[in-house]
Design a protein around this ligand. Structure first.
Ligand code: PMP
Ligand code: GLN
Length: 381
């Protein structure tokens, strides 16, 4: 068996969700909303399921969804992309990441990863033969050290993988940081794999800046999105990749042997969803920001060292201020078993030498659920 996967533990998200169920805990661990996305989007999926056809859709995705992805890229970022040669539908951003890494990497290629990192990046890079090169942003501001960034690029660098907005840090990369990444990618002939699944969840007036929109990046950036996040339908697993034709072509070759297609009724519904009026996307963001504020102030009042959250639906907290014993893993176990609230230890997002004093809470939950979690934490602490 392959050493990359042999002996690998079950993901921290699945582990914490199982523990939450076993302990009857409020699950603020794994990231998913507790209210399903828009009824009209779900109705479109249901109608399309009944009306059919329910056979294999085109390998690259339904034309109407690829057109909708291209149209929303134009609407939100003023980027012109050709839906026929530059957009492909995948079964979630996870499949997109796998396709992109399988297609673009050759054994021995270095890939720059920024810690804390989303859990599937490392095993996928390694299984594709890539050599991970780690870079870190450090709390509380999670700023990128531009000197260290430059040092991470070598003659063997093939790609940098960036998650913006960033899970679990809640960081939104600033224009200066993105411009520095773009400059280095161009100088070294490196691809930027941009996981932008939280592109509509930026707070306090911030605007999402796709790296693809920076000068010189149109040809080397691969942009990944997910309907799971944008429409609060994480179980649908509908994602999309946008890239220049010469990059999308090999990515599509990987996709055709990984999943080949994605359920057509879901594609139809997501195409409809992407065409919704601006107010849908703005309301999603504003409601999430209100939840962030509600939950962050509640946690702070209980003594958690709440870090800034500029985007995503995750709050990272320093728990060393609470007077509890043990690492983040120990504390998450105590919280789920004794307080009845599940969170995720942030050390799970590091390859090695992780800090052990941070936990991540997911706040895309009903207000009463967030308040209930705060009550339970208060009773425990
Ligand atoms: N990237 C990041 C940063 C994520 O948080 C997630 C979470 N679900 C994914 C990718 C995977 O998205 P999907 O469910 O569309 O595969
Ligand atoms: N992206 C989700 C999170 O960060 C988890 C998705 C999963 O469980 N694979 O919580």
């Amino acid at each position: 068996t392959n050493p990359v996967f042999t002996g690998l533990p079950t993901t921290i998200f699945e582990t914490m969700s199982r523990l939450a169920i076993a302990n009857g805990a409020i699950n603020l661990g794994q990231g998913f909303p507790d209210v399903d996305g828009p009824l009209d989007v779900r109705q479109t999926a249901a109608d399309a399921l009944i009306a059919g056809p329910n056979q294999y859709p085109p390998m690259l995705g339904l034309p109407e969804l690829r057109q909708a992805v291209a149209a929303s890229t134009k609407r939100f970022y003023d980027l012109d992309v050709d839906w026929q040669s530059e957009v492909m539908v995948t079964s979630g951003a996870t499949e997109a990441l796998a396709d992109v890494l399988l297609a673009l990497l050759e054994p021995g290629d270095e890939v720059i990863l920024i810690e804390p990192l989303y859990d599937c990046y490392l095993p996928l890079v390694k299984r594709a033969g890539g050599i991970p090169v780690r870079l870190r942003v450090t709390p509380p501001q999670w700023k990128l050290d531009l000197g260290k960034l430059a040092d991470a690029f070598t003659e063997n660098t093939k790609a940098i993988l960036i998650n913006n907005p960033m899970n679990p840090a809640g960081k939104v990369f600033g224009e200066e940081e993105l411009a520095a990444i773009a400059r280095l990618c161009i100088e070294h002939g490196v691809y930027a794999i941009c996981d932008e699944v939280y592109e509509h969840l930026l707070f306090d007036g911030r605007q999402h800046l796709p790296l693809m929109a920076f000068p010189g990046m149109r040809e080397r950036a691969v942009r990944i999105g997910s309907a799971g996040k944008t429409f609060s339908l994480t179980g649908w697993k509908v994602g999309y990749v946008t890239a220049a034709p010469n990059l999308l072509d090999p990515i599509a070759k990987a996709h055709q042997f990984v999943t080949f297609t994605t359920p057509p009724n879901l594609q139809k519904a997501v195409a409809y969803g992407l065409g919704k009026e601006d107010s849908y996307f703005l309301t999603l963001r504003d409601e999430m920001q209100a939840k962030r504020d509600r939950f962050a102030s509640g946690l702070a009042a209980l003594g958690f060292g709440v870090l800034p959250c500029e985007g995503t639906y995750f709050l990272t907290c320093d728990v060393s201020t609470l007077g509890l014993q043990g690492t983040d893993v120990d504390i998450c176990r105590q919280l789920v078993e004794e307080a009845g609230v599940a969170a995720v230890p942030v050390s799970a997002f590091y390859v090695a030498d992780a800090p052990t004093n941070f936990v991540r809470f997911c706040f895309c939950k009903k207000d009463e659920v967030l308040d209930g979690a705060l009550e339970r934490l208060d009773a425990f602490l």
